[in-house]
Design a protein around this ligand. Structure first.
Ligand SMILES: Cc1cc2nc3c(=O)[nH]c(=O)nc-3n(C[C@H](O)[C@H](O)[C@H](O)COP(=O)(O)OP(=O)(O)OC[C@H]3O[C@@H](n4cnc5c(N)ncnc54)[C@H](O)[C@@H]3O)c2cc1C
Length: 766
């Protein structure tokens, strides 16, 4: 696989490192605009899972060596005296244990990566154009570079920072939101003086301005001026300055800051000599989607959180690791879309946690007048005092001793079963010990759920975290997992309905479907298609993608991946397509209602086939009564279809428990899992008995009772009382859905199965 990365900041080299480590079959070229590495930038923190990434790269020692030596954060009073200290050794504060200059971090990630044989750095080189062209009949994606060369690639990663040029070449403007945080900042390095200490000093001058100094490990001092303009005139002045040259910027800053007291004069005087003066307005970058075909944005290019979040570098490190992990799972010649979608669905929630709200924080920190400053400083003094009284950070929680929370490289996936292992996201007592017991005894098991609406990676991560157990993705079969096998539809245009936002579309892409549209995409492009959804346009447009360029849209298959959230819109679009001529949106088949044709002419005109993933009428939620599930939608839609077509048949495919197809798929997975555990000999000793533990008589139990294994295995059904079923004997269920045993919970079910099969067992109590 040939990967081109644009940008050798933090994210670029880190992604190159993990991709290259995944194997020699991956060849990585990193392009950097600067003629030599830009070792610029101020203090950045390494936090959270980024610490694990640094450890995996073997860079902990180097990070410690380059530590900025900052011992904490404190405020400076109007009289120039320090107060409200937050030492780094305390219970918490703005200075983190691992502080490093951005430039030093960029340098050490570059140094450790450049020696890898399958990574090539090319500095002073940028992408001029991204295009496709034919070679030997094959369509190749290519870049034209600033040095005149063209290169082909299988995947292109835009890691060229907040104002990524690669992003603007490959994504429409509408895919990028710039969120103004209302703060202007200048950073620069000055000679150190005797007054400079080992703290991050924050001096709140009036008129919404802050002056800061921080230590660095190179014997100099890092200076910072920030301002939050209070009115339109001030804002305009700063905006003009932003667009001006360095000299104009410095002049404006000198006028604004020189007379504000404390170290202002000294810093302003040293500013013109600074080698790395850097001025910016703090602006977040947000994108509703990060990838398109073979191109993906990463790091600041995809989600710049701004220094206000203190997480830019950490997120860049983490995103590189996760993306490379997913890409390393691609098979030879496989399109990267599956990896991109899987990465996006796992990583986006982490990013969302760290994009600060632009509303109030900066204004609070930048007092405009004396009263505001006085109140803030009294409050921060009390907060510092309280924090100081709290026990110091536990030694066990230092970066060195930290228990890694990063998911294993290239094997991120696991899962959950509502009603058996979890109930509305909370682990069911005995679930953890039951799964641990199966693992420790090497008893093959899989997790089969009618749930869906997330990628397998996301769901398994969630379950792993909740149960605190490492589980492998291959163990998980969700309701829609078997759709991945419909490879003949991968290159067709498919409609994917159901689920939150674009999550189901991302799942479909992760299975290899290349052209996915959602009802939300259609509504956003044609709001008149279902006028009653107008109130929800903000929701839809937050994730909608442009429709494929072919106009009008032609859909080849319809999938309902998860419970529709907007039954009105989804029913309307399904009906439109099923009544259309050949799946072309906005047409009506002339054959509809023709009594001379089979089925009165309905579905006789190459309309898209309809696939449902989960027949459950009910599901167990936090509400005391079961809630309608996807099965509810199917019955409602069947009624609608019946009315509109005067009783024509609605041909469709329904998978999910209790269908034979889903149980067959699950058994194949189970056999594969046995093979992993025992090797090929395990298959010589055939799988004879399988125990299905479920909470829903109509799906889990019914499916197991009816299942006819093509491999000749026998299935027994065990019904737990922790989910949908609320009876007390099990014989309340219709005969076809009666279990072989009714048990209290999954722990008891496992005990029952082990005893039934003659397996000696003792499950530890939690
Ligand atoms: C000079 C600089 C100073 C910074 N200072 C701070 C700071 O003081 N505090 C803080 O919290 N964050 C700072 N940041 C941002 C912080 O470093 C990022 O949040 C974090 O590093 C994100 O990493 P990244 O690799 O995604 O992007 P970056 O670190 O921004 O790296 C992007 C890289 O792409 C290169 N590049 C840009 N355009 C092109 C192109 N067209 N083709 C090829 N290469 C290109 C850039 O030269 C750079 O090397 C700074 C960033 C930069 C670039």
């Amino acid at each position: 696989m040939r990967v081109i990365i644009s940008g050798a900041g933090i994210a670029g080299p880190t992604a190159a490192y993990f991709l290259a480590k995944a194997g020699r079959h991956i060849d990585v070229t990193v392009l950097e605009k600067a003629p030599r590495l830009l070792a610029h930038g101020q203090n950045v923190d390494i936090e959270d899972q980024a610490i694990d990434v640094i450890k995996k790269m073997g860079l902990m020692e180097q990070v410690r060596r380059y530590n900025t030596t900052e011992e904490g954060t404190q405020f400076i009073s109007p009289k120039g005296r320090p107060f409200a200290p937050f030492p780094v050794t305390g219970a918490g504060g703005p200075t983190s244990e691992l502080e490093i200059l951005r430039g030093d971090l960029a340098l050490i990630t570059y140094e450790v990566t450049k020696v890898l044989p399958n990574v090539h750095f090319r500095s002073g080189t940028t992408i001029k154009r991204v295009f496709s062209s034919k070679q030997d009949g094959d369509e190749l994606d290519r870049v034209e570079l600033s040095d005149g060369k063209t290169e082909s690639f299988d995947a292109l990663i835009a890691a060229d920072g907040q104002w990524s040029k690669t992003r603007s070449m490959c994504f429409p403007e509408s895919a990028v939101s710039v969120v103004d945080m209302g703060v202007y900042a200048a950073y620069f390095t000055v000679p150190k003086t005797a007054n400079d200490n080992k703290y991050w000093n924050l001096y709140q001058a009036l008129d919404s301005k802050i002056i800061g100094t921080r230590p660095d490990p190179h014997g100099t001092t890092r200076a910072m001026f920030t301002c939050v303009p209070r009115n339109a005139a001030q804002k305009k002045a700063w905006e003009d300055v932003k667009r001006a040259d360095r000299m104009t910027q410095e002049k404006h800053i000198a006028n604004e800051y020189s007379n504000l007291g404390w170290e202002a004069k000294r810093l302003v005087n040293a500013m013109p000599e600074s080698p790395d003066f850097y001025f910016q307005s703090l602006q977040q970058i947000r994108m509703p989607y990060w990838h398109t075909s073979r191109v993906i944005c990463m790091g600041d290019a995809a989600f710049c959180p701004t220094p206000l979040a203190g997480m830019g570098a950490s997120l860049a490190l983490m995103s590189a690791y996760y993306l490379a992990g997913e890409m390393s799972k691609l098979k030879e010649g496989e399109h990267p879309q599956r990896a991109f979608a899987a990465y996006e669905s796992v990583f986006r929630p982490l990013v969302n946690e760290h994009l600060p709200d632009p509303s109030s924080g900066p204004k609070l920190l930048h007092p405009a007048g004396r009263v505001h400053r006085w109140v803030f400083q009294r409050l921060i003094t009390v907060v510092a005092w309280i924090v100081g009284k709290m026990s110091p950070a536990d030694k066990k929680n230092t970066a060195e001793n930290r228990q890694p929370t990063l998911m294993p490289y290239a094997a991120f996936e696991k899962m959950a079963i509502d009603g058996v292992l979890l109930r509305s996201s909370t682990p069911i007592p005995s679930a953890r010990s039951a799964v641990l017991h199966l693992q420790s005894q090497r008893i093959p098991f899989i997790l089969l759920t009618n749930g869906g609406g997330k990628t397998e990676a996301e769901r398994i991560t969630d379950l792993s975290n909740k149960l605190d157990i490492e589980l492998d993705t291959s163990l998980l079969v969700q309701s829609h997992t078997p759709f991945a096998e419909l490879t003949h539809l991968h290159s067709k245009t498919v409609l994917v309905a159901g689920g939150d936002g674009s999550k189901c579309a991302d799942v479909a892409r992760s299975y290899g479907f290349e052209n996915v549209v959602t009802p939300g995409d259609i509504l956003t492009a044609h709001p008149e298609i279902w006028p009653f959804a107008r109130n929800f346009l903000d929701y839809y447009s937050s994730f909608a993608r442009p429709l494929p360029s072919a106009d009008p849209l032609k859909v080849d298959a319809i999938f309902v991946y998860n419970d529709p959230r907007d039954w009105g819109l989804d029913s309307t679009i399904l009906l439109d397509l099923l009544l259309s001529s050949k799946g072309v949106l906005g047409t009506l088949s002339p054959k509809n209602g023709d009594a001379s044709l089979p089925n009165n002419g309905y579905l006789q005109d190459s309309q898209p086939h309809l696939y449902y993933s989960n027949p459950d009428l009910w599901w167990a939620s936090a509400h005391p009564l079961p809630r309608l599930g996807q099965g509810g939608f199917q019955h409602a839609f069947a009624g609608l279809w019946d009315k509109v077509t005067s009783g024509a048949e609605l041909a469709h495919t329904l998978i999910g428990k209790p269908s034979q197809a889903t149980y067959e798929f699950a058994e194949r997975r189970l056999r594969a899992h046995r093979k992993t555990l025992f090797g090929a000999p395990g298959l010589n000793n055939p799988l004879r008995r399988v125990y299905m533990v479920g909470d829903n008589p109509e799906s889990d139990i019914r499916g197991a009772n009816a299942y006819e294994s093509p491999y000749g295995s026998q299935w027994r059904s065990l019904l737990v009382k922790t989910g949908v079923f609320s009876g007390s004997h099990g014989d309340e269920a219709p005969e076809y859905a009666r279990p072989d045993a009714l048990v209290q919970n999954v722990g008891e079910a496992v005990k029952w199965a082990l005893s039934d099969s003659g397996w000696e067992s003792k499950i530890e109590k939690e």
